[in-house]
Design a protein around this ligand. Sequence first.
Ligand code: ARG
Length: 589
Amino acid sequence: MASVTSLTASVHQRLADALTAALPEAGSADPLLRRSDRADFQANGILALAKKAKANPRELATQVVARVESGEVIKDIEVSGPGFLNITITDRAITENLAARYADGERLGVPLVEHPGTTVIDYAQPNVAKEMHVGHLRSAVIGDAVVQILEFVGESVVRRHHIGDWGTQFGMLIQYLIEHPHELDHQGGEVSGEEAMSNLNRLYKAARTLFDSDEEFKTRARRRVVDLQAGEPETLAMWQKFVDESKIYFYSVFEKLDMEIRDPDVVGESGYNDMLDETCRLLEESGVAVRSEGALCVFFDDIKGPEGNPVPLIVRKSDGGYGYAATDLSAIRDRVFRLKASTLLYVVDARQSLHFKMVFETARRAGWLNDDVKAHQLAFGTVLGKDGKPFKTREGETIRLVDLLDEAIERATTVVREKAEKVGLSEQEIVENGRYVGIGAVKYADLSTSAVRDYKFDLDQMVSLNGDTSVYLQYAYARIRSIFGKAGDRTALAHPELELAPAERELGLHLDRFAETLEEVAAEYAPHKLAAYLYQLASLYTTFYDQCPVIKPAPAQEVAENRLFLCDLTARTLHQGMALLGIRTPERL
Ligand code: ARG
């Protein structure tokens, strides 16, 4: 594995050196290098530095130019305007840099982070005995992409699926199951996810009806909650049935999403039961939490209700029961002290931001979080319907996630089928590609807007072949791959001695930025910037392909080889980038 210094980084280094030589008091000042339309790069930092040093900006810029080594990497550097620098790279440096990336297998020259830490990421956390909805989709899709990206840059990642598997509603469900013992039994054979969910739904409805109509059942159900919290064995065994049945369902949905969720990483709310007492004791002893009207609470100066009265975080209710906050605080202790996390990341709906703000502040006061151990909520917005309103059925019900996924696959399969004959796809390939395209479309739509923004769930747009969609990127990839079938005995080979056409340079400079993009994406937990990068890559490739013939009319041998090399590197970058987003790129489409 060999990480490759990007052209931006080499130019940056050369400029910074020249700048320090010309203006020693600038120290390690940033020349502010950006990609530019006028040249390959523009440096905008000189102006501000000159002002600070009371120097003439154009003069300083001229001095920097005189000190920059031009040659192997920099072809041309000139002062423009009041003191900007325009920099052009040599064609040779572009091709050589790309060749080094090409030689680095699937890492494509991307370096590992210098000081990797351990990130515990909390994502894909549906609730037991309940349907999964689009909110759970977002957490799963964004979380999975962030996991892949962080691991790729060398961070240690621990996954936690904090499923909702605890709470008073289980008293009712368990009591009902005890009184109707065979409701969750299976008649042998594998149970499908759909069956598991319909069993749970049926049971939930029946239990609810009885609970609402039968006072004696209600009393028994309430007593059952106490048994559950006390860990009474028969009650626990029944509870476990609900968890197991739900997991069958969750796994079927995650599989449909083409996502790997591992059983040991599923540590739900119940997993922290043994810690709750101690968490409360620690908070009370340290004075972080205080008793208020019988409950154990944490107060905040800046968090007030509508009437200006303080809104506390309730760690233990006045009846002694523990809620969501106690569990999350215990989970923080587990993740920091046992799993040795340096970063805690929560991929959770923005509507829970106040909860996390209070939980994190409490943990900071308790000393569990500090400058070395940070917590961050990667908050995501709401999924809206085509009409821009929260996504509901016409009857006002929440839309089931599985139904959406099935519809996406169905539409995608239609799109794939229309083109299938031309490509000569078999029925099996059509079905498989339909899944990859449909699921990819859903994931990409979610990942290509910044997480915190709401987005419209619009299947027509998602599976469109034009525009910023995964299908567009998948077709771009497959088209490149198909070129290699027509290349005959010509193979991909870099020729640094060749002059490059403008479209080749643009494509090349963008390919070289893959590593920088990933670094930024990983540091900011911003998969949408990777999506934007890939979309631009596909667009630059299209221009290149229009302007620079690869196969027909046949260019000279070396030119063809160098272009095939650009094609292949583009394909591999697309493939790797999409994989990091959790999206497949079929070879034939
Ligand atoms: N199960 C919760 C829900 O469906 C999300 C859990 C988020 N994670 C956490 N540590 N609180 O809304």
